[in-house]
Design a binder for this molecule. Structure first.
Ligand code: TXA
Ligand code: MG
Length: 357
């Protein structure tokens, strides 16, 4: 057990003394949790194999699941990769700093533990002022997965981090809720065509403008995921309460959710639902023990920002079953569909075909 210290930090203007302290802990090989614009990251210096191994231990993450390395700017990228792929400068100009991660050839000096032995490495230039201040002060690349225990929902608040990692990390910088709320979009640039490995904070449509050949496959079998991205296991972001998701025409989904809720209630189960504002009126008639909303499906970015917080809240409500509807795939809808499907461990009821990208 480690004693975990929590320091609050101003999101826009991080206090220099606090940032310097966090940088000191990092440089001594410690674990520092910090906010990024997507979710909180569990950081260690990427240059020390020993420090990086502590990340895997704290998260109980398999050593086969590679980490994302965070750098301040394109200069920092040179410490991490041995070659800049062709498409990278245009992506960097459009989306960095921001919620985009690219897979590039790995620099030989990077400890193998960071990339789980792979010859490629995931890198990102984050936009959050606290993350940037920390990278500037520490002046090292920082390896940081999401700061949750393995296969739990990613943390968008310091309280989520404490619930999962208290006693396992040295320091948590509490910069309030993270604005994007879902993880970065991951694009693999090591092969041709480029591949979308994980939908996230940068919308697929925006990426495709710069990478017209970008391949995306929205499939959810354990095998295809293992092949696509190490660590993209189907069971991911999962609440402990079983979750069933519904996909298709919204009206048909609401009917099916009501029917499922009634059936479960008849068996004495307590049922909760995760709904969009458009669903509330219909679902209010369902006798649900708990009904939470992500807001309007048309405000998909706000819905994304709330997703993991609401999922954790529902998980703590002592329910036996959770029901949710998938939004359409436009914009951040694709990332929400991915996270909810994984949270449901593939338990998806398809009511009619939906748009496939
Ligand atoms: O928004 C984010 O990306 C957050 C913040 C903290 O930056 N980080 C994050 O990291 O979500 P993590 O470890 O939870 O997810 C990173 C995923 C891994 O599960 C793995 O699938 C993929 O990135 N990845 C990392 N290195 C890779 C590589 N060399 N090749 C393919 N996929 C890789
Ligand atoms: Mg993660």
């Amino acid at each position: 057990m480690t004693t975990t210290r929590v320091l609050t930090v101003d999101r826009e203007h991080p206090e220099p003394g606090t940032v310097a302290e966090a940088a000191r802990v990092l440089l001594e090989g410690g674990l520092v949790v910090f906010p990024t614009e997507t979710v909180y990251g569990l950081g260690a210096t990427a240059l020390s194999a020993r420090a990086v191994e502590r990340i895997f231990a704290a998260k109980e993450r398999p050593a086969t699941d590679p980490l994302i390395v965070h750098v301040l700017d394109l200069g920092g990228l040179a410490q991490v990769t041995r070659a800049l792929p062709e498409g990278l400068p245009a992506l960097a100009a459009a989306f960095w700093p921001g919620p985009l991660t690219v897979i590039v050839p790995r620099h030989p000096n990077l400890p193998a533990a960071v990339t789980a032995g792979a010859d490629s490495v995931a890198v990102r230039i984050p936009a959050h002022p606290v993350a940037r201040a920390l990278l500037l002060a520490a002046n090292v690349p920082v390896a940081a997965p999401s700061a949750n225990r393995f296969s739990r929902p990613s943390p968008t608040r310091a309280e989520h981090v404490l619930a999962d990692l208290d006693g396992r990390v040295d320091l948590i910088l509490d910069g309030g809720p993270t604005p994007v709320g879902v993880e970065s979009t991951i694009v693999d640039l090591t092969g041709s065509p480029p591949r979308l490995l994980r939908p996230g904070g940068v919308a697929f449509e925006a990426l495709r403008e710069l990478l017209p050949g970008l391949m995306v496959v929205e499939r959810y079998s354990a095998e295809t995921f293992a092949a696509q991205a190490p660590g993209q296991f189907l069971k991911h972001y999962a609440p402990r309460t079983p979750l069933q998701v519904f996909d298709g025409d919204p009206e048909a989904c609401r009917d099916a959710m009501l029917a499922a809720a009634r059936q479960a209630a008849a068996r004495g189960l307590r049922v909760g639902a995760l709904a969009f504002a458009e669903d509330l009126e219909a679902l209010a008639a369902g006798g649900l023990a708990r009904l939470e909303t992500l807001g309007s499906e048309r405000a998909i970015e706000q819905a994304a920002a709330r997703l993991f917080d609401v999922l954790r809240a529902l998980d703590e409500a002592g329910l036996d079953l959770l029901l949710a509807r998938l939004p359409g795939p436009a914009g951040l809808g694709l990332a929400l569909r991915d996270r909810l499907t994984r949270a449901a461990e593939g338990n998806v009821t398809r009511l009619s075909s939906t748009a496939v990208l």
